[in-house]
Unconditional design. Structure first.
Length: 520
C-alpha cells in the first residue's frame, strides 16, 4: 500500500475517532454528571448490539462541529430494521443548523423510502441562529431538506411508517414540533421538557414565574396537555418501552403487525369476568382487569395512561395478533365521553386504521359528559372527531357491550348501524337505549306517575318493567340484527379470537378523494 494512502487512512481513522467523541470528553462527562446518556450511548442502548450503521459522521468536522450536533443512521431492534437519529447536545448544544436539519430530514426520508419505522431521540433547544458572516460556510449550508422542512417529511411519512419520538432533554421549537407530528412521544421524569416558549421569555412577556417542570415537564405533558403518550422514570426504561411498542407494530402500512406465539390458549375461558363487572350499574370497576384477562398473557400496553383516564386505549394481542383496545373506564367519570377522551380515542383509532391493526371496543358508558365546561370547550366538535374516525376506519372492528350504553355513548363507541363496526356482542346484563330506564320512564310516564296513589312506588314498578322489557339485551337481540349475539362473559376472549379470524381478509373500498376534512 502506498504511503500516501496509508496516511489518508490514518487521518480518516483519527477524524472518525474524534467524531465519536462529539464535543469532547469534558462535555461527555458533564452529560453523565446530569445522569444522562450521550447521543451515541442512547443509540447503543436502543438498537441490537453491533447493528448501527452511521450516515454523515464527518459532516461539519472541518469547523469543529462533528456531525453538526446529531448522529444519524440505521440499525435493528429485535432484528427489524429502523432508521434513527439522536441529537447530540455536546456539539453546539444540539441546536439545529442547516446540516443538522438536513440529516434529520434525510433520516426520515430514508425510513420512508425503505418502509421501515423511524425513531427520533430529541435533546435540542431548537433552531440555531446563524451569524450573517457564516452564511457562506457549512453553517449556512442551503438545502430544501432542512430543519424547518422536516415537518413536510414527517407529514409525508404519517400513516405510512410508524414514527416514534423520545424527548430526552429540554427541547423547544423544531425539536418539539417535529415530535408532535409523529405517532408516539416518550418523556422521562425530571429530564424531559417541551416548550414553544421557555420560562425566561414567559416571565418577561407574561410575568409568570414558572420552572421548566411547571411549564413543560414530563408530568404536565402526560397528564394535562396530552402531548406525551408515555412517561417513564429513566432513559433505560424509555428504550425498553420503545422496543415493546415496536413489537406490536408493523414496519409500514404495507404489512400487518408481526404475529407472535404467546403460548396463551385461544380457547381459554375466564370465569372471573362476570365477577369483575358488577350488575349494579351505579357501581364502578376497573376496566383494566377486563382487558388484561382478554389479552394474551394479560399483556396490555397502554397509551396515554395518565391523560383523559376515563378512556383507555392501548395495544394487546389475541391469539398472537396485535389488536388495539379502546374501552370506557367506569371508575373514572363513570366512563363518560369527554373532550380529552374523544381526542385520545380518535387519534388512536386513526393510528390503528393506518397500520392494519384491528380494533376491539369494550363499551360501558352513560354517554357524553354533560355540563357547561364540556359544551363551551367544544364537546360537539371534539366528539365529532371520533365519529369521523370510526366512519373512516376500514380495519376489522368488534364491539362488546359489557353493561350499559346510553344516548350519544352508542355513537361515540360505534355501536349503531352504519358506523362500520363489523360485529357487536352484548353481555347478558346490558342496558342500552337513547335514555336509561329511569329517564325513559320519567319522560314517557310523567303524567301517570304524578296521578298515582304512591308516585314513588308506581315509578319504581314502571322502571323495573321498562328495564325488563326494553332495556334488556335479549329483547334487543330479538329486534336488532346488528346485535350479533348475547354472549356469556367468560366466552368473550374466545368469541373475539374466532371473529378476528373471520375478518382477517376484510376489504373495504371508499369513495376516491384527496382526503376528508376531519373536524379539528
Amino acid at each position: 500500500m502506498e504511503k500516501e494512502v496509508e496516511e489518508r487512512i490514518k487521518k480518516l481513522k483519527k477524524l472518525k475517532d474524534m467524531a465519536m467523541l462529539g464535543g469532547g470528553k469534558e462535555k461527555i462527562q458533564k452529560v453523565h454528571e446530569r445522569r444522562k446518556l450521550t447521543a451515541r450511548e442512547r443509540i447503543e442502548r436502543l438498537l441490537d448490539p453491533g447493528s448501527f450503521a452511521e450516515w454523515n459522521m464527518l459532516v461539519a468536522h472541518s469547523i469543529g462541529a462533528p456531525g453538526d450536533g446529531i448522529v444519524t443512521g440505521y440499525g435493528t431492534i429485535e432484528g427489524r430494521v429502523v432508521c434513527i437519529y439522536s441529537q447530540d447536545p455536546t456539539v453546539l448544544g444540539g441546536s439545529i443548523g442547516p446540516l443538522h436539519g438536513h440529516k434529520m430530514y434525510r433520516t426520515i426520508e430514508r425510513a420512508l423510502d425503505m418502509k421501515v419505522p423511524f425513531i427520533g431521540l430529541h435533546d435540542s433547544p431548537g433552531y440555531r441562529v446563524v451569524r450573517p458572516e457564516e452564511a457562506g460556510s457549512a453553517f449556512g449550508f442551503r438545502s430544501e431538506k432542512t430543519g424547518q422542512a422536516v415537518f413536510f417529511i414527517n407529514t409525508q411519512a404519517s400513516g405510512v411508517i410508524p414514527q416514534i419520538s423520545a424527548i430526552l432533554g429540554s427541547c423547544a421549537g423544531i425539536s418539539v414540533y417535529s415530535p408532535a407530528l409523529t405517532d408516539f412521544i416518550f418523556t422521562v421524569d425530571g429530564t424531559s421538557h417541551m416548550f414553544i416558549t421557555g420560562p425566561r421569555i414567559v416571565k418577561s412577556v407574561m410575568g409568570e414565574d414558572l420552572s421548566m417542570e411547571e411549564l413543560g415537564g414530563s408530568k404536565v405533558h402526560s397528564r394535562v396537555s396530552g402531548v406525551a403518550d408515555f412517561r417513564v422514570k429513566s432513559e433505560e426504561e424509555c428504550f425498553n418501552m420503545i422496543k415493546r411498542l415496536l413489537s406490536f407494530l408493523p414496519s409500514s402500512n404495507d404489512t400487518a403487525p408481526p404475529v407472535i406465539d404467546t403460548g396463551d390458549d385461544p380457547e381459554r375461558i375466564d370465569e372471573t369476568l362476570a365477577e369483575i363487572v358488577p350488575a349494579n350499574l351505579h357501581k364502578s370497576y376497573d376496566m383494566h382487569q377486563v382487558i388484561t384477562r382478554l389479552a394474551d398473557n394479560g399483556d396490555f400496553f397502554e397509551v396515554k395512561a395518565e391523560f383523559a383516564s376515563e378512556m383507555i386505549v392501548g395495544f394487546g394481542r389475541l391469539a398472537g395478533q396485535t389488536v388495539g383496545f379502546i374501552a370506557n373506564q367506569p371508575s373514572i367519570r363513570a366512563g363518560s365521553l369527554t373532550i380529552n377522551g374523544s381526542n385520545k380515542q380518535a387519534r388512536f383509532i386513526r393510528f390503528c386504521d393506518a397500520f392494519n391493526i384491528p380494533i376491539i371496543l369494550l363499551v360501558d358508558t352513560p354517554a357524553y359528559m354533560p355540563g357547561l365546561q364540556q359544551e363551551h370547550g367544544g364537546i360537539i366538535r371534539h366528539g365529532a372527531k371520533v365519529l369521523y374516525a370510526l366512519c373512516e376506519a376500514i380495519v376489522p372492528r368488534i364491539a362488546v357491550v359489557l353493561r350499559k350504553a346510553y344516548g350519544g355513548g352508542t355513537l361515540g363507541m360505534g355501536i349503531v348501524p352504519g358506523f362500520g363496526t363489523d360485529f357487536i356482542f352484548n353481555w347478558p346484563m346490558v342496558e342500552a337505549g337513547v335514555l336509561g330506564p329511569e329517564q325513559s320512564v320519567e319522560l314517557f310516564y310523567a303524567k301517570e306517575i304524578a296521578e298515582a296513589e304512591d308516585p314513588e312506588k308506581y315509578k319504581a314498578k314502571k322502571v323495573e318493567e321498562y328495564r325488563e322489557k326494553y332495556a334488556n339485551p335479549l329483547f334487543e337481540a330479538s329486534i336488532d340484527p346488528y346485535i350479533e349475539d348475547v354472549i356469556d362473559p367468560k366466552e368473550t376472549r374466545r368469541v373475539l379470537i374466532k371473529t378476528l379470524k373471520l375478518l382477517r381478509n376484510k376489504k373495504v373500498f371508499r369513495y376516491p378523494k384527496r382526503h376528508g376534512n376531519i373536524p379539528l
